[in-house]
Design a protein around this ligand. Structure first.
Ligand SMILES: C[S@@+](CC[C@H](N)C(=O)[O-])C[C@H]1O[C@@H](n2cnc3c(N)ncnc32)[C@H](O)[C@@H]1O
Length: 380
């Protein structure tokens, strides 16, 4: 996001993806974790909220979140907390929420840098389910803060299902990592260089990334992402799922969205939401392309990322490999292996098609009926 000045004029493709993801995931999350919460109350913290709505009237993340809260009001009590550094954005957000008539007891807006507000958000949330969305322009809070958000409400000795439920979705900026790695590689000394490198050390939980940045293998930036996410996972006991997000079908990803969660339901729902968001993002790009009269210029042919029949074949092969290695298995327990390369692209419907294919081939005896998340796959 190199140009932040015009960011809130109208959403670019990467923001379209991000917003589709929130729109699909948050109701599923609130529905699930709120069903067993005290007073059915859940808290959503949009830590880098922006003004709430774009200048062209498209909703930003805050408006999407309050719309979800209002739509679910009969079933769940969704409390929204927004923080934002810019006073002008806070005022715009407040005006927008007031003009929509959003009940003022259902949200709060906190002006100032996110660091100033995290502790209070964790306190206000008590033991209620909490969803934290970190969507900065560049680097977000330090690694230790991420770990604190995910762990600090834990009660020692309580079994996992009774621990407060915390999920965190963050925007991991490839642009920031690429830029700071460039500073690291540069032989020039300049004033901001050391501070930038130190900021990335702090964001990533150490200087382990520097070797990857200096070696610069073709996927070094993805290796940094995995190194970071694995470290958060180890420190918190969370699993994670990620999707890369770009501003066009051919551009390099600008960031990766990472969900940290301790719940298999979260991974399952997020995989579904990522797949739906990608489908809508692609359709949006095609529409934009058509409206600009760019006849197919931006659209590559049917490569793997756009070829649903290939995804089905890939999943079928993955299922075969799992069956031959482990025998009978439950889908959510092998989710990453089932999806393999199709994670973030495919969803439940593609798993079902793959199972049907395997049944036709005689590899499995039945295709489970109903939801597939906890279904067992049995070899023939
Ligand atoms: C990428 S935009 C957020 C977009 C918003 N989530 C949406 O989808 O509509 C990042 C926002 O973070 C704000 N910001 C920058 N540094 C911040 C900080 N340290 N704490 C809180 N907000 C910050 C910026 O003013 C900007 O409005």
């Amino acid at each position: 996001m190199s140009d932040t000045k015009n960011f809130f004029e109208s959403p670019q493709a990467a923001a379209v993806y991000k917003h589709k993801l929130l729109k699909s995931y948050i109701p599923a999350w609130a529905g699930k974790v709120g069903s067993t919460a005290d007073g059915r109350k859940v808290v959503v913290y949009d830590a880098y909220s922006g003004p709430g709505r774009y200048a062209n009237n498209d909703p930003g993340s805050p408006e999407l979140l309050v719309d979800t809260a209002v739509a679910m009001a009969e079933l769940r009590n969704v409390y929204s907390i927004f923080s934002e550094k810019s006073l002008a954005h806070c005022e715009q957000l407040e005006n927008m929420l007031k003009s929509k008539g959003v009940e003022s007891s259902t949200y709060e807006i906190r002006q100032g840098p996110v660091e100033k507000h995290i502790d209070r958000v964790l306190t206000v949330s008590g033991g209620q389910p909490l969803f934290v969305f970190l969507d900065p322009f560049g680097l977000t809070v330090p690694f230790d803060r991420i770990v604190q958000i995910l762990k600090s409400r834990d009660h020692p000795g309580l079994p996992r299902p009774q621990q407060p439920k915390t999920e965190l979705l963050m925007n991991f900026s490839y642009e920031a990592v690429r830029r700071i790695a460039g500073a690291l590689r540069s032989p020039k000394a300049y004033a901001a260089k050391d501070a930038q490198i130190a900021a990335l050390d702090s964001a990533l939980g150490g200087d382990w990334w520097r070797e990857l940045a200096l070696q610069e293998s073709p996927d070094w930036v993805q290796q940094v992402l995995v190194g970071f996410a694995d470290r958060v996972g180890t420190a918190t006991g969370c699993s994670y799922i990620t999707a890369d997000v770009a501003d066009s079908l051919t551009a390099k990803p600008v960031y990766e969205l990472i969900l940290f969660t301790r719940h298999d339901d979260g991974l399952w729902k997020m995989a579904e939401s990522m797949s739906l968001a990608r489908r809508d993002w692609r359709q949006w790009l095609v529409k934009q392309n058509d409206s600009q009269g760019n006849a197919q210029q931006e659209l590559p042919g049917l490569n793997f990322t756009d070829n649903e029949s290939e995804w089905v074949r890939e999943i079928a092969e993955n299922v075969k490999a799992i069956l031959s290695k482990f025998g009978r298995f439950r889908i959510d327990e092998k989710l990453e292996k089932v999806f393999g390369r199709t994670l973030g692209l495919a969803r439940e419907t593609h798993i079902r098609k793959a199972l049907k294919l395997l049944k036709t081939e005689g590899v499995i005896s039945i295709v489970p009926i109903g939801g597939l998340q906890r279904a067992w796959v049995d070899p023939n």
